[in-house]
Write a protein that binds this ligand. Structure first.
Ligand SMILES: [Zn+2]
Length: 271
């Protein structure tokens, strides 16, 4: 399966603390577009959508616009990038969301016919909470992660209805109660999209520069269960550090991770 890396929402620029040689970069919304043989296109995360770029205050909230300072360029939406890659929007038959925060759900209305895979705890947490991102009535496909299937030390892992066996939901709670990562075995091997389990790749390594302070503060303000999240980060760090695992770990907002992956595929519109 071919996996494209799309940035569907640049935000304010950040910079790690200390000597690191990393230039400041705008925070991204790192989405994946997976080309499957049997299930059409699978979009992992949706970033900001076209309507967000037209009516940002009504759809994202003034507070969010104030601190996140999203660029809201229509050309960055998943809708426009899918088209630029030569596909039709309706070719996106499945969407996977790690959780339901607004910087992940904005593109939902741009793909109204897609089946939206989301953890049942995430969906339960917003039931009865209207939001413009799901006012159109998405085709939710809630799932549980209470089985005993294992994958690289994670438990409760499961395939998703209608998707190939090489696409797996991987429980990674903490940022939110039902936060879930997505593993996909693409042409380049296994990739684990860890969503907002961490914001900066240095969190996975002991010897790394410290995270941009703003991202640290943001994680503290938004995470539901810090201890649980950090347990997940420790496991992700061990996985990423083990060359025998063959698994590459990425997150939703780290711009340096995104740039490295996007540049490996010059055909990607995010490169
Ligand atoms: Zn996020």
């Amino acid at each position: 399966m071919r996996v494209h890396h799309l940035n569907c929402g640049s935000m304010l620029a950040v910079e790690p603390v200390g000597a690191h040689g990393l230039a400041p970069l705008p925070v991204v919304c790192h989405c994946l577009l997976i080309e499957t043989e049997t299930s059409g296109l699978v979009l992992v995360e949706t970033g900001f959508g076209l309507a967000d770029t037209a009516s940002p205050a009504a759809r994202l909230g003034e507070d969010f616009l104030g601190w996140a300072r999203p660029r809201l360029d229509p050309a960055e939406t998943a809708l426009r990038q899918v088209t630029r890659l030569g596909h039709r929007p309706e070719d996106v038959r499945h969407i996977f969301l790690t959780h339901l925060h607004r910087d992940h759900t904005g593109g939902l209305p741009d793909f109204p016919d897609a089946l939206v895979h989301v953890h049942e705890d995430e969906l339960a947490a917003v039931s009865g909470t209207p939001h413009p991102h799901w006012a159109h009535g998405p085709r939710w496909s809630p799932y549980a992660t209470d089985g005993d299937e294992r994958w690289h030390g994670f438990t409760g892992v499961r395939p998703l209805p209608g998707l190939p066996a090489d696409i797996l939901a991987v429980p990674l709670a903490g940022h939110t109660p039902g936060h879930t990562a997505l593993a996909v075995r693409g042409d380049a091997g296994w990739l684990l999209h860890a969503g907002d389990a961490y914001y900066f790749h240095g969190e996975l390594r002991q010897d790394a520069p410290a995270a941009p302070p703003l991202l640290d503060t943001l994680q503290e303000q938004t995470e539901a269960d810090r201890d649980l999240r950090l347990t997940g980060v420790t496991r992700l760090g061990a996985l990423a550090a083990d060359p025998a695992s063959g698994v590459r770990v990425v997150s939703a907002h780290d711009p340096w991770e995104f740039r490295a992956l996007a540049q490996e595929d010059p055909a990607d519109p995010g490169a």
